[in-house]
Design a protein around this ligand. Structure first.
Ligand code: UDP
Length: 234
């Protein structure tokens, strides 16, 4: 396997499947199958799930809510998604632990870095819920932060497009895909990979990012086998 320990970031919206809100269980189960396949081969898997399919702080602020309050609601949404993913993985017999940045002792463990690392060493899939635990951040930042903390080899950003393009491929048919990019090229070309806080954290800590299509079955395995799919930023 090319990577020993990975941090997989899944957006909340990716869990919606074809729906316009909420969680598509079939989609979550499909992700769980892909995760199980690489976990069985010894890859240590940590996951951060977003919450945008349920609640986004920034959108709620635009409609008049207090931003911090709304962001905490967004963080709770990530816990709901994390529990759905945990459920799907456990259905497949995968041992998991959900660690939340906001204490919710009846449903998950509190986030403790050393504990997370121990779970990974023992082969459990670790899901990080509630983002960073702080308002004004995103789950992309949580993914970058946790990946650095647990010394992951790479951040894998699973999306519905198969990499980073010169322009939005859903709007511009002439857009072309990059196979690799340096961090500087992303800044220079003003490309949107992750939000700037998350991206800078990865850059400063030499943590490579791969953007890839997680909806295509087998793609996660291909990455572990070293196949050059998606776009690698390093
Ligand atoms: N959020 C936050 N702090 C964090 C992570 C998330 O306040 O560290 C809130 C924020 O309101 C955000 C929401 O949780 O809009 C859902 O997360 P995000 O938008 O990153 O999810 P995604 O776009 O990946 O689905």
């Amino acid at each position: 396997m090319k990577y020993k320990r990975i941090l997989l970031k899944l957006s909340g919206e990716s869990l919606m499947g074809e729906q316009s809100y909420g969680i598509d269980n079939a989609r979550v189960l499909a992700y769980a199958h892909q995760i199980k396949a690489i976990q069985l081969l010894g890859v240590e898997v940590a996951i951060v799930v977003g919450g945008g399919n349920i609640f986004r702080g920034l959108s709620a602020e635009k409609s008049g809510m207090d931003r911090a309050q709304a962001d905490y609601m967004g963080m709770l949404a990530t816990v709901i998604n994390s529990m759905a993913l945990q459920n799907a993985l456990e259905t497949l017999g995968v041992y998991t632990r959900l660690l939340s940045a906001i204490k919710m002792e009846q449903i998950c463990e509190p986030y403790v870095r050393r504990r997370a690392m121990r779970h990974l060493e023992k082969g459990r899939v670790v899901i990080f819920g509630a983002g960073t635990g702080n308002p004004y951040f995103t789950t992309d930042s949580a993914a970058a932060l946790r990946a650095i903390e647990i010394k992951a080899d790479v951040v894998l950003k699973g999306t519905r497009v198969d990499g980073i393009y010169t322009a939005d491929p859903e709007k511009d048919p002439t857009a072309t895909k990059f196979d690799t990019l340096s961090f500087d090229e992303v800044y220079d070309r003003d490309l949107n990979v992750m939000d700037m806080t998350a991206f800078t954290l990865c850059d400063e800590n030499n943590l490579p990012i791969i953007v890839f299509d997680m909806n295509k079955e087998g793609n996660l395995m291909k990455l572990m086998e070293g196949e050059a799919i998606g776009t690698l930023v390093k």
